[in-house]
Write a protein that binds this ligand. Structure first.
Ligand code: AVI
Length: 296
């Protein structure tokens, strides 16, 4: 964390967004009018559940990557023939609450929660790895928070683990719509972005004054990504045990990249990671894409 902040252009790893408060703010983001991703994906999934269920087959081991409150899987579990449900998330406190509700709704389901930071290293417990008919569920365009190289490596890892993939990804669209999705009128995304400073203060012992940092979201068309930054409103010095740095007024900390894809780009990416027999579904505005791909 200290090394990221000390770089010429300061950064903070996006995984620090998701403490308990950050996870709640992200849930609120998903309900915003401007943040079309969640509801568009939900609509695509619900309209194509029969086809997805047919491709998935029976006795599915559904591995929910970044399960959060498990809400997205909840709807799949009602239609797919899932025998094992493996919610994977970095925030274990959040996960255990969600799992209790799920166990009540689906008493026959075998649930194996896994606490894992898969942005660092992907290693499934041996018992999960051994399950037949694994289906990785990676919704929400979360792959878009990886760099293109990391995304490719991550997909290759899933492929090598022998699971099919059900993935949702956001598509390129006009900058104004993308920027509104990441800079909403209520300021929920701004609070989510600033919360990373609160978490940094907690973990690193730094003294960021949250009120002095402005939220910025810009679409960088050259890299096909929305970038989130925090901008110092005035010149300031931030200290932490063993270090610190000066920020000039207007200087930024780059906190997140959210890559946006094209349909052909997605198919190429899945093919080059080794997936085959790819089926994709979109919405009438071509805002978002859901794909099912086979490991081999
Ligand atoms: C989790 N992830 C897919 C979100 C996104 O859209 O890239 C994170 C997010 N950041 C700001 N708003 C939402």
């Amino acid at each position: 964390m200290a090394s990221c902040l000390s770089r010429q252009i300061a950064t903070l790893p996006p995984k620090y967004f998701y403490d308990t408060q950050g996870s709640k703010l992200f849930e609120a983001i998903c309900e915003l009018d401007e943040y079309y991703l969640t509801r568009t994906e939900a609509r695509i999934l619900s309209q194509n559940l029969a086809a997805i269920a047919q491709r998935a087959g029976a006795d599915v081991a559904l591995i929910d990557l970044g399960a959060g409150n498990c809400a997205k899987a909840f709807k799949l579990l009602a239609r797919l023939r899932v025998r094992h449900y493996v919610p994977v998330d970095i925030s274990t406190a959040f996960l255990s609450e969600a799992v209790k509700t799920l166990a009540q709704a689906y008493p026959d389901l075998e649930i194996h929660p896994v606490a894992l930071d898969f942005s660092e290293r992907f290693a499934l417990p041996a018992a999960v790895q051994a399950l037949p008919n694994k289906l990785f569920f990676y919704p929400g365009s979360s792959l878009g928070n990886f760099s293109p190289v990391q995304a490719r490596l991550f997909l290759e890892t899933l492929r090598a683990a022998g699971g099919d993939l059900l993935i949702g990804l956001d598509l390129v669209k006009p900058a104004a719509m993308l920027e509104a999705a990441y800079d909403d009128a209520l300021g929920v995304t701004a609070a989510f972005n600033r919360n990373v400073l609160r978490q940094t203060n907690h973990l690193l012992g730094s003294d960021f004054d949250l009120a002095s940092w402005r939220h910025k979201a810009v679409f960088n068309a050259d890299h096909s990504r929305v970038e989130m930054h925090l901008q110092a409103a005035t010149a300031c010095h931030v200290s932490w045990p063993g270090g610190g740095r000066d920020f000039a007024a207007g200087e930024t900390i780059h906190t997140e990249n959210c890559y946006k894809f094209t349909c052909t780009g997605i198919e190429e990416m899945l093919h080059s990671a080794g997936f085959s027999d790819i089926a994709c579904w979109s919405d009438p505005d071509d805002a978002y894409l859901v794909c099912h791909a086979r490991a081999g």
